[in-house]
Design a protein around this ligand. Sequence first.
Ligand SMILES: Cc1cc2nc3c(=O)[nH]c(=O)nc-3n(C[C@H](O)[C@H](O)[C@H](O)COP(=O)(O)OP(=O)(O)OC[C@H]3O[C@@H](n4cnc5c(N)ncnc54)[C@H](O)[C@@H]3O)c2cc1C
Length: 501
Amino acid sequence: MAEELSTKWETPLTSEQNPHIKRGRYSHLTQTDKDVLSRIVEGRACTSGKELADANIDWLRIYRGTSPLLLKPKSTWEVSKILGYCHNRNLAVVPQGGNTSLAGGSVPMFDEVIISLKLMDKIISFNNLSGALVCEAGCTLQSLMDFLDAEGYTMPYRIGPKDTCQIGGNMSTNCGGMHVVRYGSRHAAILGLEVVLADGSILDLVTTMKKDNTGYHLKHLFLGAEGTLGIITKVSLECPVKSPSQHMLFIGVPSFQDVLKIFKKAKYDLGEILSAFEVFDETVMKLINKNLKLPNPLSGESPYYMIIATAGSNRRHDDEKMNAFLSQLEKEGAIQNGFKESRAEAMKHLWSYRERIAVALKREGICYKYDITLPHEKFFDVITELRGVLHPNSPCVVGYGHLAEGDIHLNVIMPQLDKEIQEKVEGFLYPWIQNLRGSISSEHGLGIQRRDEIVYSKSPKGVEVMRKVKLTFDPKGILNPYKVLPSWMDSELTQRNLSKL
Ligand SMILES: Cc1cc2nc3c(=O)[nH]c(=O)nc-3n(C[C@H](O)[C@H](O)[C@H](O)COP(=O)(O)OP(=O)(O)OC[C@H]3O[C@@H](n4cnc5c(N)ncnc54)[C@H](O)[C@@H]3O)c2cc1C
């Protein structure tokens, strides 16, 4: 993903962009701290240069911190030693995986020490009967997909930055992606975790068994916690067998009503083999054509485009189902054009249209991303209404997403950061979502970007319980501060009177 990071945009410091957020009462890193921490990861500490600069900036190049230290541990023991030291010294830290967060969660706000899991990339075990995979948190999604492929298995999820993102980051964000409709969220496949807690102690929840009802289901607390409750060092996951029969439809659809009709029909007609149901609008297709140099694979233009994928065990049976499904859609006039693809390489190419949308949009300008869950019927209304609200300023507003879960990625693309437009967008958007009891973060998490908007999707009691959970796991607030929980809690979470602890 290195090419995606080359842009002329000079990212301003997050602290300067958000003067209302004050640095917590953490210790400032001294030379002695640097020496002690660097010795733990002998030869794998970084105090200057491009690697440190890149680790301070998020993928969207909207958030930038000023961490003076990047540590790259190679073992749980090293992570434990680092956190133990930081806890004693009251030093704040940011766990970092592939740094592909779209919510500013993976980079420091101020000078937090960055702990990168990238060198913890070993596969520990795989059971070819149960499909239980145990690996270190820094394994990239692609490396696990490749490993499992040779075993006749696959990962139960797929997201765009698979070469870079890591399984630890995927669990910490509870990432979604293309196959939630088939395999469920990360909560469905997780078997166990190993987590280093804020004080450096190691919580071993690794198991390869599926069932375990011995009390609270602790591992689930860390999914979606975005590194605020502990650092995940190992993951145990149940992986499905690789389907020998995979097919894909790429179709152009005349209206959103037709998109919904096709969704319902796919659930009935494709049933258990349906594995992905993706949709994007015509502006997205134009930006893919322009910024990725990928031509529209269909012969004509349409207002909406869809990728529908299936994964099953019987090629002939699935082939017949997909052919019948496609010809019925044509007969009913629900699509303008489209085709079926079953060749592995050709499908991989078509997936790149969907998986690289974020890259295509980023090349257009500064991209404000809103990743929201809405009732299916309202999926694209939000785009139309927002375009109305923003007129005559008219930044580019586009939408795409995982329709099966009602998860739309709404993007507002601007030539430069524009706080006024951002406020206008959010002033309309968040109450709109709340009215529908939707979610302001479907799968990207809250990070820095959406922490204060949590109230639009969680009740005050819900936020209060989260605060108590945070204080239980991380009483000094050293783990990924200024993220997830709202800024008005900062004074308690990051500036506590340490003498009382
Ligand atoms: C092009 C593109 C497409 C994307 N598509 C999708 C998509 O379809 N669905 C989706 O859900 N997301 C998507 N994302 C967002 C992102 O890739 C996911 O959130 C991903 O799971 C992050 O993994 P990462 O390893 O890069 O984590 P990072 O970005 O490094 O970190 C994410 C968060 O997790 C924490 N963290 C990382 N590793 C650990 C660890 N070991 N222990 C504890 N905390 C940790 C960080 O502190 C941070 O808060 C996309 C991003 C890009 C750039």
